[in-house]
Design a protein around this ligand. Structure first.
Ligand code: OAD
Length: 232
């Protein structure tokens, strides 16, 4: 099968009721990004940061994948689909996508501050100041904050160099290095971009000006045509 790589952002989960960051009414209107989502913010007020992510985790517990997540999972019938997501939710996995790389970490995982490589699943539970890992180090969310490296990015670059098709869904392409991934896709590879709003992009793309739910359906029909496939 041909390899389809898909970079997703907050817009992917908007129809599941999870707020995006930079849209009007988005999370960064309500919260100061550097206070709740940066390594400096963590050092200044870790309890506030823990409360912010506890609230995100509780909200995720009741969220369901939307038609866009299910549509991408269904594309696995026709393509080797690899999702590279900036989202920290687990909705791609819940919809049945088998290969999901989380560039910015995962809400349902935690790690000790001093032991970054031992990661624990906590599901939808809260973490509090004073909760420790097995080695006695304070637990923190397994999230990549502003001011921290993005360890999965080099794997993502290697992956997209091998793409037969590439799609971008629901990201404002504001945050690097994730936004730069599109530049590593070989120039002959078709790139599709799904977003209800204009977003800046640095190369030729097929722009599908739709929300993720409808946009992924349109993507499917364009891919089937491009690769001469028929629906099962
Ligand atoms: P943004 O909030 O910056 O962008 C969301 C994008 O989704 C915008 O382009 C919207 O137009 C689009 N959108 C809104 N509703 C949509 C829908 N129903 N279907 C499809 N698209 C829709 O979110 P990201 O680009 O994901 O990082 O933000 C990148 C990173 O910045 C996040 O991972 C997060 C944030 O700060 C950290 O916190 C480390």
């Amino acid at each position: 099968m041909q390899k389809l790589y898909v970079l997703t952002g907050a817009g992917m989960s908007a129809e599941s009721g999870i707020k995006t960051f930079r849209d009007s009414g988005g999370l960064w209107e309500e919260y100061d990004v550097m206070t709740v989502a940066s390594i400096d913010g963590w050092y200044k007020d870790p309890e506030l940061v823990l409360r912010f992510y506890n609230a995100r985790r509780r909200q995720l517990e009741t969220a369901k994948p939307n038609a866009g997540h299910f549509g991408l999972a269904e594309l696995q019938k026709y393509f080797d689909v690899y999702i590279i997501t900036q989202n920290v939710d687990n909705l791609h996995e819940c919809a049945g996508s088998k290969h999901v790389l989380h560039l910015h970490g995962e809400l349902t995982k935690v790690r000790g501050v001093d032991y970054p490589s031992t990661v624990y699943d906590i599901g939808y539970k809260d973490i509090h100041w004073g909760d420790k890992c097995e080695q006695g180090s304070q637990l923190r969310p397994h999230i990549v904050w502003f001011g921290e490296a993005v360890p999965a990015f080099s794997d993502a670059v290697e992956m997209v160099r091998d793409a037969d098709a590439f799609a971008v869904v629901g990201t404002s392409l504001n945050v690097y290095p994730a936004a730069g991934l599109i530049d590593y896709v070989p120039s002959h590879v078709p790139v599709y971009l799904i977003d209800p709003n204009e977003v800046p992009y640095s190369r030729k793309v097929e722009f599908i000006k739709e929300k993720a739910g409808v946009g992924v359906e349109v993507l499917k029909s364009r891919l089937m045509k491009q690769f001469n496939l028929t629906s099962q």
